[in-house]
Design a protein around this ligand. Structure first.
Ligand code: B12
Length: 493
């Protein structure tokens, strides 16, 4: 069997980082780990090729070679997925689809031959067994969660690593918290499931031995979901792993209670973590209470962020407006919070209700859902009827984006962050691509850009006051360039 593993193209969104990546001559942020895992679950004798359409094209020759296409996508890739499906269909290639998009709405894709939904560790083996007997059904799904200690090593040899900004690795699935708008527990469970330390090290060795140097994204829903296991096993092993290696740093997602555990933070930094994405959501206590985000309540969130920055972790933050408890005062409070915290990469979204969440059920009961959730959370779209007037909400949202991504405020945040930040000892190597990005940044931001005054002011300040942090300052300036393009082209137009 000749198999294509196809990942459709992402649209131009906040999260695609396309404009920033272009400056570094990279095509995408990271490869599709789901498909690499699926590849490893397919029979050894099959010939497999990965086509991530964010870094390469799907040609007629590819389709002529293939017997079947395994497609994976998120909701945000719906349009790209439809195009791929049509082309496979026209070329007579059998289509097998799985991953988050199809798991949430497979009924919409009538041209797909087989849906292998939920976690492939559970649903792919019965599909393959039926296929071998020529009795494959149309849909395979399950409500059970896989034991990821049995997940295979992703097939890294299918990836052209040079095209990506980071590699990825998954240590755990699931989250112990129960925020009412978040679909993680519905998708992956309340009880975090972890891989063994040996598995994680084998995955890292695989990446390292294949020549990867740079950032590795632990794509966990909440990396600190099982703190005990982390502190006793994984982190000590990562610290030891780093001792004989260089050039690898880590990045992950975690909840704010990370700030309560100094030992955990110290161990994470020692093992090479330099960035963490945290769902801050809102400085409005009433909205935190309303959404069940108990881990963020009754604490000084700005201080928590600063504590992490001082310890060596850059904090990226997710923010939401549009909770029932939000009044129009929320827009300025969010701006003030973001500016004060020095969270440079602040992803602000309108509240949306995803199927499977408590929020979705509540609003459905109150007749306040008017369409399905858009796949992209940084946009003017929402599928809920907010308690605040929708126009007021959207205008307030625009005000937040306009303010926090305006060069003056964005570069001010870089400074606030760099003043606080203590860089960790373990760092990513400054690659050729980084140096290339640096020269492009000088040209695009420092010469052509309207922001050039703030750019140079920040760079000169950094060189004088925090010279070691110069690479971070340049990288953040490049991210800002991407965010501004997305805001101007799609959100604030
Ligand atoms: C890493 C990640 C990203 C990376 C993307 C990296 C990449 N190359 O794709 C980044 C940071 C860019 C990203 C961005 C976004 N993401 Co994201 N992301 C994730 C995250 C945390 C991990 C994905 C991953 O690699 N998992 C590990 C692999 C092994 O699991 P998997 O991909 O699910 O694959 C398994 C199964 O799904 C299945 N499977 C997958 N594909 C296929 C294909 C076939 C044929 C078969 C048989 C099976 C199969 O088998 C695999 C093994 O079990 C997930 C949450 C999660 N826990 O999965 C969210 C998640 C995928 N993201 C999500 C969303 C919504 C987004 C954003 C829109 C931002 C947002 N929060 O709104 C943006 C959109 C991207 C864009 N460019 O605009 C949602 C998707 C929901 C949906 N139904 O589409 C998820 C599920 C998070 C959530 N809480 O809902 N994301």
């Amino acid at each position: 069997m000749n198999i294509l593993l196809i990942y459709p193209e992402f649209p131009d969104t906040f999260w695609s980082f396309k404009h920033a990546l272009k400056l570094a001559h990279k095509r995408a942020s990271s490869p599709p780990l789901g498909l690499l895992t699926v590849a490893a679950l397919l029979p050894n004798g099959w010939h497999k090729r990965l086509l991530d359409l964010n870094v390469t094209r799907l040609t007629t020759k590819d389709l002529a070679w293939a017997d079947a296409a395994f497609i994976s996508a998120m909701l945000v890739q719906s349009e790209g997925a439809r195009q791929v499906i049509t082309r496979c269909r026209q070329a007579g290639v059998k289509i097998i689809a799985g991953g988050p998009l199809f798991t949430s709405e497979h009924e919409q894709f009538t041209e797909v031959d087989h849906f292998v939904l939920n976690e492939a560790e559970l649903t792919l083996p019965p599909f393959l067994a039926d296929l071998a007997r020529k009795q494959a059904k149309r849909v395979y799904q399950t409500s059970a969660f896989a034991d990821i200690r049995k997940s295979p090593l992703p097939m890294w040899d299918l990836v052209d690593m040079r095209r990506y900004a980071a590699m990825c690795l998954q240590y755990s699935r699931g989250c112990p918290f129960h925020c009412d708008f978040c679909n993680v527990t519905a998708l992956f469970g309340h009880q975090p499931r972890t891989k063994s330390t040996a598995q994680v090290l084998a995955e890292l060795d695989g990446l390292y031995d294949q020549g990867w140097r740079g950032s590795v994204f632990f794509v966990d829903d909440n990396f600190i979901g099982n703190k005990k296991h982390l502190k006793a096993e994984l982190l000590p092993a990562l610290i030891a792993w780093q001792k004989n290696r260089s050039g690898i740093s880590f990045y992950t997602e975690a909840s704010i209670n990370l700030a309560d555990d100094a030992q955990l933070v110290k161990m994470m930094v020692e093992s090479g973590f330099d960035t963490v994405f945290i769902g801050i959501e809102t400085p409005n206590e009433a909205s935190l209470a309303e959404s069940g985000k108990s881990q963020n309540q009754s604490r000084n969130l700005v201080e928590d962020v600063k504590l992490l920055q001082r310890a060596g972790l850059q904090v990226q933050g997710g923010f939401i407006v549009g909770f029932d408890s939000d009044t129009p005062a929320i827009f300025q409070s969010q701006i003030d919070f973001i500016q004060k915290s020095g969270i440079v990469t602040a992803m602000v979204g309108l509240l949306q209700a995803m199927p499977g969440t408590r929020l979705y059920e509540r609003l459905k009961g109150e007749n306040r859902l008017f369409s399905k959730a858009a796949g992209d959370n940084v946009s003017l779209a929402t599928n809920i009827v907010p308690s605040m007037n929708l126009k007021t909400l959207q205008e307030g949202y625009k005000k937040i984006l306009r303010t926090i991504y305006a060069p003056e405020n964005y570069y001010r945040r870089i400074k606030v962050f760099l003043q606080e930040y203590h860089p960790p000892k373990v760092c990513s190597a400054l690659s050729f691509h980084y140096k290339l990005a640096f020269f492009h940044a000088i040209y695009r931001l420092g010469i052509l850009g309207k922001e050039r005054f703030y750019f140079w002011k920040t760079m000169i300040w950094t060189l004088c006051k925090r010279p070691r942090l110069f690479p971070q300052a340049v990288t953040l300036a490049i991210y800002g360039y991407h965010f501004r393009i997305i805001c101007d082209r799609y959100i604030l137009k």
